[in-house]
Every structure is written in structure tokens, then in C-alpha cells.
Ligand binder design. Sequence first.
Ligand code: HEC
Ligand code: HEC
Ligand code: HEC
Length: 431
Amino acid sequence: MKHIAIAAALAGLLGIGLFLASAETRPRIEESEKPPTATADDMAVRQTLQARGAYLSRIGNCMGCHTAQGGRPYAGGHRLDTSIGTFVTPNITPDSETGIGHWNEDDLWRALHEGKGRQGAPLYPAFPYTEYTKVTREDSDAIFAYLQSLPPVEQKNPPSEIRFPFNLRPLIYIWRALYFEPGVYRPDAGKKDPWNRGAYLVQGLGHCNACHTSRNPLGASQGGLLGGGQIMGSNWYAPSLTSLQEASTADWPLHDIIQLLKTGLSSRAATAGPMADVVSQSLQHLDEQDAHAMATYLKSLPQSDPRSRGVAPPLTEEVDKLLARGGDIYKTLCEDCHGNLGQGRPNAYPALADNRGVTLASPVNAIRSILYGGYAPVTINNPRPYGMPPFAQILRDEEIALVLSYIRNSWGNRGSLVTAIEVDRSRKGAQ
Ligand code: HEC
Ligand code: HEC
Ligand code: HEC
């Protein structure tokens, strides 16, 4: 009975979706005529535009999603796991058969601003147009000029594997009606320029909220802007940028925030996993002015989010014994790098004492670090970062839980005890 009701509801939604689809399909605009022969001045203008587009594409990290592992840049084929299936990103080089060679400036604008493909069909929000819609027309045109200047790569990518019923594209119309509002960023008249520029970059091209938010079962962002959440389809938690217990930088000097954005490291934090990728692929390329603007905005974000650190254990004799066993493992396997007081070593091994990444209520990131190891981001300033070895083959779930409970409750840190079940879940969960 329940199934029939759901099926009927879906059929109804689909009907509406198809109706909207036909209503919104626009007639094709014919290819514009080839421009007359370009002069030297035109060429110079074009090159400036392309250079600007190259910079903006990096800040938007278009390449990060549109390049397969070890594949040709921008030729797509990158696999993106989500709760509704796996997306395989399209080729956005100017190849006319397999890429976007036939696209014009209006087409890219429609994609970024309205989230629609060239024929007007709605795109899945796995392409973060809910953020890119804030990008100005001018910046969109620069990105277009850059993409069209790339060498065309002929590469046909396999289709995405999206589960029924989400593979029915017209359903996106309903999602959009509920959760998407197109609109370029509007500067706040009460704020100065670096702040507005920072807000434009963070909320728009930088698409920070694509990860730093919690999502409802339909994948729509919920809760406050940048309020933190588990990243869809992965075992990473992107901490709240509006909570001092998590990743707010309100009490940092600007200089430290800029350093974190450009190098992935600061005296108080080391980025890892997806955030290390964001730094090495995108943020390290921020110019001085934009890095300063982004830091200014991040520092100003409200601390609206009084998230707790999870419930730290009472220090009973039993808990003491448990932590002591974790301490033994720490001495043997971790102390060489992270120090006997969890102090780490500057610019090499992160401190674990007073490190919010260690005490987050959700221990998933710390569990991952210990299971799979990792590297701080590769950047111009830090071309050969120090690495952390993986312990998945060396330590049992229970031992990882013990050592993690120990570092979450030593040197002034306080955090909930971690259980072997939580570690097991991370071993089995998505990468
Ligand atoms: C988080 C991953 C991600 C990022 C970052 C991203 N894209 Fe995409 N993009 C996608 C996915 C997934 C699709 C396919 C959506 C669909 O099938 O509906 C897509 C589709 C597109 C399309 C439509 C292509 C077509 O053939 O219909 C264009 C154009 C595009 N992206 C350009 C860009 C540009 C420009 C940027 C950077 C400003 C960018 N993308 C950044 C994931 C991403
Ligand atoms: C692809 C997902 C993703 C995107 C996009 C992303 N982040 Fe993150 N971010 C994470 C994850 C996961 C973590 C937790 C791991 C870590 O601390 O590095 C994190 C951590 C952080 C931290 C805390 C660093 C620390 O160790 O204390 C800051 C600050 C941050 N992100 C800022 C940003 C900003 C600003 C943007 C946009 C320009 C952004 N992030 C975009 C996933 C993302
Ligand atoms: C060879 C040196 C080395 C050893 C041994 C080592 N680590 Fe690490 N550890 C690192 C480095 C380097 C990083 C930063 C990696 C990154 O940014 O991805 C790190 C990161 C971490 C993090 C994440 C910190 C953060 O800011 O999010 C935790 C937690 C951690 N290590 C715990 C441990 C534990 C527990 C052990 C022992 C079982 C251990 N490490 C052994 C070098 C080491």
C-alpha cells in the first residue's frame, strides 16, 4: 500500500516535472556568425580575458571535478559518489563532438547561473550551481574564454550511474523549485570591499558550502550557511566554519587564516583529505588581495553555532586504565612524530594538543587519518609535504579506538571516547 502511494506520488511529481520541462525548453539559438578577422588589440584583450578566466577557473576548481584521476585536464571522467549514485563528470574541453566546442558564452552562463545544459535540460546539483549562481556574468564570460582556449580533447566518458528514480532528470525541476534560487551575489552596502569580495568568493566560485553544510535526504543544504556536515557519499566530516569548537577562524589573526588557505597548514591546523585537495588544486593560487578578502570574510562569520565537543568521559579509574592502554600505543607508534606532549613539529607534523580536528564531536576524520594516513597538501610553498603512514594493516579497530580516545583526552584535550564499532564503520564506509 505504501509503495503504491509512493509510486503514485512520484508519477505525479514526474508529470509536473515533464510539464515544467516542456514549458522551459527553449528554442535553439543558431550559431552566431564567425567574428571578422581579429586585430592585434583584439588579441591582447582576448589574452587578458583568458588569463583572468584561468585564474577564476582555479578558484572555482573546475579542473578538480572535471579531470579523471591521471586523465587529461578538463576532459571529464572524474567519478563523484553521492547518496543517489555515482556521477561521471562531462568533458568541458572545446572538442565539438565530446566536449563543449559548440557552446557559446550564453550557454556557459546558463549552466553556471541557472544550472541548465545547452539544450535547456536541468543539471544535477552535484555540479554546484547552487553556489556558482552567485558568479557574475563578467566572470562567467572570462571562464568561457579560458575553457575555449584549451586544447580540445576527444574523450567520450561513460554515463553517470544514478539510481532510480533519481535518474529521471525531470525530477530535478521539482528539486529546483524547492531548493534553488538563481541570483548573482549582491554586495552588502554596509560592508567594505575586502569583505564583499571575500563573501563573493566563498559563497560563489569557491563553493565552500558545497561541502561545509549538512544535507537533507534529498541532498539539499540545510541549517546555516557553512554550518558543517558529513560530506555526501564519503566518510569525511567538513567542520562548521561558524563554530569555535569546530573550524571557525574568528579568533585567529588574519595572517594565520591566509596561511591556512594558501598552504593548508597553520600553527593551529593541518588540512587533510578533500580539504587538502581544495588547497592544492584551488586556494593556493589565490592572489594576495583575494586571499586577504577571503580571510576577512571567514573571520567575520558569526559564531552562531554552539556545537559541543561531544560528551567527554568522567575520569574514573576504569577510563584511566583505558586511556593508559591508548597511551602505550601512542608512545610506540606516534610519539616520534607528534611529540611526547602532542606538540608536533612546526611545518612538519601537526600538533595534536589543542587541535580541533582531533576533538571534533564526530571522530570520522581522525579515524580516517589513522587508518589511511595522508599528506598535507602539495603547494608551491610546500612541494614535498610530510606524510602520515597508514595504520589500517598494523592496528586492530580496538587499538585505533584506544589510541584515539587517548589523544582526544590528553594534554588538555577533551573529547568523547571512540569505540571499535565507529572505527569498523569507517573501514567499511565509502572512501
Ligand atoms: C563538485 C564537482 C564539480 C565542480 C567543482 C564543477 N563541476 Fe561542472 N559538472 C559537475 C557534474 C557532476 C556535472 C554533470 C551534471 C549533470 O549531469 O547534470 C557538471 C556539468 C558541467 C557542465 C555541463 C556540461 C554538459 O555537457 O552538459 C559544464 C559546462 C560545467 N560543468 C562547467 C563547470 C565549470 C566552468 C566549473 C568551474 C567553475 C565546474 N563545472 C565545476 C561537477 C562539477
Ligand atoms: C570538497 C569538500 C570541501 C570543500 C569544497 C571545502 N572544504 Fe573546507 N574542509 C573539508 C573537510 C573534509 C575538512 C576537514 C578536514 C580538514 O581539517 O582538513 C575541511 C576543513 C576546513 C577548515 C578547517 C581546517 C582545520 O584543519 O582546522 C577550514 C578553515 C575550511 N575547511 C575552509 C574552507 C573554505 C574557506 C572553503 C572554500 C574556499 C572550503 N573549506 C571548501 C572539505 C571541503
Ligand atoms: C611519520 C610521522 C607520523 C607518525 C608516525 C604518525 N603521524 Fe599522525 N600525522 C603525521 C602527519 C605528517 C600528519 C598530517 C597529515 C595530513 O595533513 O594529511 C598527521 C596527521 C595526524 C592526525 C590528523 C590531525 C589533524 O589536524 O586533523 C591525527 C589524528 C594523527 N596524525 C594521529 C596519529 C596517531 C594516533 C599516530 C600513531 C598511531 C600517528 N598519527 C603517527 C605524521 C605522523
